[in-house]
Design a protein around this ligand. Structure first.
Ligand SMILES: *Cc1c(COP(=O)(O)O)cnc(C)c1O
Length: 393
């Protein structure tokens, strides 16, 4: 058997269970819901073991058996993934949290964890023949797509709100993508992107509207398991927009258990949103299975300004299954947390990422996190992507 094989078998709808051929390009299921990549885990088991992965590449292709790309030459990389898990003891001491960690995703190419998802999606679509992409974005996903489009010498069309953080706009332009500024939010950009995709036969890589960005994000879960020596942490706190990371990591944990690498123990999954846009938090506390559209969304955390998420039903299900929760924090607290983390731990995170730090006090007060638990906050983006927020302290 080819040592570098993938055990991808087909795609399956996360809602109705309908199956699709993974040798063809797919977006959503005909029922409008999210498609997942399915693997032959028994086959993957033949080559995945603690010993066999030891000397492998440190990027998102480390567990290539449970990643979707079939041929090694299509596993593109800019060095995404394998970000450090950094203990933050100073802040931990203040909050009486003895085992507090940041997974520092700001060290990824283009400064955010979006590079994991777009690396996987672009690589797989390239393998299936795509040479022109379109994406609606709050900023970081557009930057990541632009970088992988440059790497693969394909074309990227990026639609984003005209008030996207300035540096990210510059970044996308510099990476050579075609950029379109939209009067509205990411949901408005999404509508235009969809029309343009149909008109020009561009491939739409919107969050969870194709199956493979979630596979890229899944690698955060694989890495956490390995970094914690195959026993998952007690709590994962995640700044939630479209929810790809929560969904991807949850899928990773199931696959790792099936592979025999971890037990059935799962972390509590906690979503953090901004009070200016918190549809998931609202739906969670109202006991709903789906979220309502959030009107007049506004927050300095651009990546959390997602008034409607296509995978809301999956995010809510995972939060409940994991015995987790959802919480919102205001922009001022987010900003204070950015500076606090910078000054007390030496890490500059973006507003989205700092929202997780901002939530710690309240979560502790409510008894949702405990002093001796292993707690991981997701530092999803680098503070360098939003210079204007630091300048206006
Ligand atoms: C996109 C983004 C998020 C939200 O991620 P989802 O997986 O869409 O929920 C959080 N932080 C940053 C920095 C982002 O760019």
């Amino acid at each position: 058997m080819n040592e570098k094989s993938s055990s991808l078998t087909h795609l399956k709808c996360s809602k109705c269970g309908k199956e699709y051929d993974s040798k063809e390009l797919q977006n959503l299921c005909s029922c409008g819901k999210v498609l997942f990549a399915e693997y032959d885990i028994e086959k993957a088991k033949e080559t995945i073991s603690l010993a066999s992965i030891k000397n492998r590449r440190y990027d998102i292709w480390r567990f290539h058996e449970i990643m979707p790309v079939l041929e090694d030459k299509h596993r593109f990389t800019l060095g995404e993934g394998w970000t450090p898990l950094v203990k933050i003891p100073n802040l931990g001491e203040k909050l009486e949290l003895n085992n507090l960690y940041v997974k520092d995703e700001g060290l990824n190419p283009t400064g955010s964890f979006k590079s994991r998802g777009l690396c996987a999606a672009v690589s797989k679509a390239y393998e299936l023949g795509v040479r022109e992409f379109v994406i609606p974005t709050a900023g970081n996903a557009g930057a990541a797509l632009s970088a992988y489009a440059a790497r693969t010498q394909t074309k990227a069309h990026v639609f984003m709100p005209k008030d996207t953080p300035e540096f990210i706009v510059t970044e996308i332009k510099s990476l050579g993508a075609k950029m379109y500024l939209v009067d509205g939010l990411i949901t408005d950009a999404g509508k235009i992107a969809k029309e343009e995709a149909a008109k020009h036969q561009w491939f739409d890589v919107s969050t969870l509207k194709e199956p493979y960005r979630a596979e890229g994000k899944k690698t955060m879960g694989l890495e956490l398991a390995e970094q914690f020596d195959w026993e998952l942490p007690d709590v994962i706190i995640y700044p939630t927009g479209g929810g790809t990371g929560i969904i991807g990591m949850w899928k990773a944990f199931d696959e790792l258990e099936e592979l025999g690498l971890i037990t059935s123990k799962r972390p509590k999954m906690i979503s953090v949103q901004s009070t200016g846009c918190s549809p998931i938090v609202k739906a969670f506390h109202e006991g709903k299975d789906q979220a309502e559209f959030w009107e007049d969304a506004e927050t300095i955390a651009a990546g959390l300004r997602v008034p409607a998420a296509v995978a809301d039903y999956l995010i809510l299900k995972i939060l409940r299954e994991s015995n987790g929760t959802a919480i919102s924090v205001d922009d001022l607290t987010i900003k204070i947390s950015m500076f606090q983390l910078a000054r007390e731990e030496g890490i500059m995170l973006s507003p989205e990422a700092a929202a997780t730090i901002a939530a710690l006090d309240l979560l502790k007060e409510k008894g949702q996190i405990q002093s001796d638990e292993n707690i991981v906050v997701f530092g999803t983006g680098s503070g360098f992507t939003t210079p204007e927020v630091w300048e206006k302290e």
